[in-house]
Structures are given as C-alpha cells and as structure tokens.
Design a protein around this ligand. Sequence first.
Ligand code: NZQ
Ligand code: ZN
Length: 391
Amino acid sequence: MLNFDIHLPTRIHFGRGKLEELGKEILPWGKKVLLVYGGGSIKRNGLYDQLLQIFQNNGIAHVELAGVDPNPRISSVRKGVELCRKHAVELVLAAGGGSTIDCAKIIAAGAGYEDDAWDFFTRKARISHALPVGTVLTLAATGSEMNPYAVISNEETGQKLGTGSPVLFPRFSILDPEFSFSVPAEQTAAGTVDIMSHVFEQYFSPTTGSYIQDRLAEAMLKTCIHYGPVALSQADNYEARANLMWTGSLALNGLLGSGKHTDWATHDIEHAISARYDVTHGLGLAILTPYWMQYVLNEQTVPRLAEYARNVWAIEESDDTKAAWSGIARTADFFKSLNLAASLKEIGIEENSLAVIAEQATGGRTLGAFKKLNTQDVLKILQAAYNGDTL
Ligand code: NZQ
Ligand code: ZN
C-alpha cells in the first residue's frame, strides 16, 4: 500500500425524509441560492415543489438554471456563472444526477473567476476557490455528490474533459433513495455499471498489499450485482435504491483509490466516445469494459483478474487464466442482462471514427496503470468493442 492523505469533508444526510435538513444546511452560507437542475425529472417526481417550499419556509431567495443536459455543456456553465454574478448568489444547489452536480460545481468555481470556465479544463487556470455547493442526489451513479471532480463537454471543440479541486467537494449532500424511484430503467442500468466501473478503475491496479481497499471494492461490486437487477425490476424497492445510492457515493469518494495507483483508461476512452456521440456514460462503459479486461489480460494481470472472478463471481476454477476468462464473460453477461447494448456498432458509433476517438482518448499520452495503453492499444479495444466479438 502506498502513502496517502485523505479528507472527506462532505456532510451526508442519507435516508427517507432527509430533505428536511436542507434549510439548516443552506442558511449558514447565505440566503441567495442558484438552483441547478436538468430536463425536468425533479418536477415530475415532486422534488422541485418540495425545494421551493423549503426555500419559502426559510426565507431563502433563489434563481434557477434549468435544462442542464446529460453530458453537461460548458454553455450551461456559462449561463449559470452569469446568474451567480448578476444575483450575487451565495450557494449553488444541484438537484439531480452527476451531470447537474458537475455543472453546479464548475458554475461555483467560474463565478469568482474573471475569465472563461473552460480554462479549468484546458489547464490554463487552476480552481483555487468556489462558491459553496450543496446537492440533492436523484440518481445513483457518478459519486459526484461526495467527490471533488467534474466532467464537462465543450460543444464547440468536441471535447469532454474532467477537472477537480478540493474546493469542489459539496459542503453537504442529501441522499434520499426515494428520489431515485423515478429513474428510468436504462439510466438505472447505466448508473449501476458506472458505479462498478469506478470500482474496477481502482481495483485493477499494479499496487500490491492494499487488502482492505480490495475487499471493500469486492463488496461494492457484489452490491451492484445483487441490487442492480432488483432496482430494474422493482423501481420503488427502497432497499435496492438505498444500497445502490450509498455504493455510488463510496465507490468514488477516495476510499478505494487511496494508497494505490489507479487506472481510469476505460473512463478516458468512454469520455472520448461520449464527447463525440453524446452517449450515456454508463452505457459506453458497459460496452468497453469487457473488451478492456480481455485486452489487459496477461501474465502480470492474470492473478488479479482471477481473484476478481473468484471473489466477486464465486467462480471455482483453480487455473488462473481460465478463472479470469470466466470472470470477464460473467461481467459481459451481467451487463447484457441489464438490457444494455454490447457493441459500439449497436449504439450508432461509426467505424471510421474509431481512430480519432483513440487519439482523443490518449491525447498522445499512455492511459491506465494496470496495463499502460498507447493509442494503438486503445484502437484495438475500440475495434473489438465496435464489432461486439463474442467472448
Ligand atoms: O435531466 P433530468 O430531467 O434530471 O433527467 C436525468 C437525465 O436525463 C435523468 N434522471 C436523473 N435523476 C432522475 C432522472 N430521471 C427520473 N428520475 C430521477 N430521479 O437521468 C438522465 C441522466 O442524468 P445524468 O445526471 O446525466 O446521469 P449521471 O448521474 O449518470 O451523470 C453522468 C455524467 O457525470 C459524468 C459523466 O461523464 C456524465 O457527464 N461523470 C462524473 C463523475 C464525477 N463528477 O465524479 C465521474 C463519472 O465517471 C462520470 O464521468
Ligand atoms: Zn464514471
């Protein structure tokens, strides 16, 4: 295990009825809030009306940025920054999934930055201060509600890039699983895969001796495998939604990756795909992951892939290579059982764009840590994932 420092400052209010904590979480920061939300799911599931009631009860004034897209755009960030400046906003409140939360974080950082917020992604500027951000989470997936990262797309340049800063940790997040009952099946499945992928990116690591992180990781994977299908077939199953929601937060709040080199190659490749084709993040990951696993399987990596197969999928096979292949096949079958597409072709990616996607994903660097990948390696993974070759 490597040395590490960790500080997790986000206060979590978890469970039924926890929205009642919102007023007292906002008031220490001020009485002017920018409410950020997406395409209207919070209006349909009743959250919006409850938020307005809480604002009214606590004398909180608010302005709104509605219509944040999945794969949030820098243009939405710019609109939010304008609103913060114009109305002297004191706290940015995101109500929604990862897209809404990520957009809110960069609005909060951009409000006090004199130039354009895209500079945070091109590394022209570092995020050193931000308005406080709070969240009401409605979709179990990204972990953005408890981490300092944000991913934003730029529709003009065709890029989708991530950034992070300790000042972007939400000050508080309200996680009431009941607000995720209305998440549609495809987003429930994609969110479950995204959580699993965050675990994979940290579990498949060249670092040895991180026994505790690895057992925690396996528990999180098993939770997704157990409860993902339950949430799909019973949208209002509280136990399933609650377990998925808390696993989503734990999977990417620093707990699993501390003390280890982490990978993130699959995420880098997926971000290059969703920048270009606007696909759902978790769906892209579901297609890529089994091909990434196959591609990285070699003499060095086989013990960990075999351990994954045995500990997560209970595969009883003494030969490491055979066990690893069974684990990969089980992973692919599980994603298919969630009714997710299994090839890039099926979701409308064009074969002639694979080379550009590979170049954009690597940007001339090597990706990953479990096995380092150059642009050519990434292209091979994309080609296999395009064709959906049977495992
Ligand atoms: O826009 P609305 O109407 O709210 O609908 C959303 C959206 O259409 C809907 N939805 C959310 N909660 C709902 C609901 N529909 C009904 N009932 C509810 N309770 O679901 C759709 C997808 O929402 P989105 O926020 O895009 O999903 P997700 O949470 O998966 O976020 C994906 C974004 O986060 C980034 C991804 O790249 C992508 O841009 N990520 C952010 C990370 C982070 N900040 O740490 C890490 C991740 O790896 C990821 O890259
Ligand atoms: Zn992700």
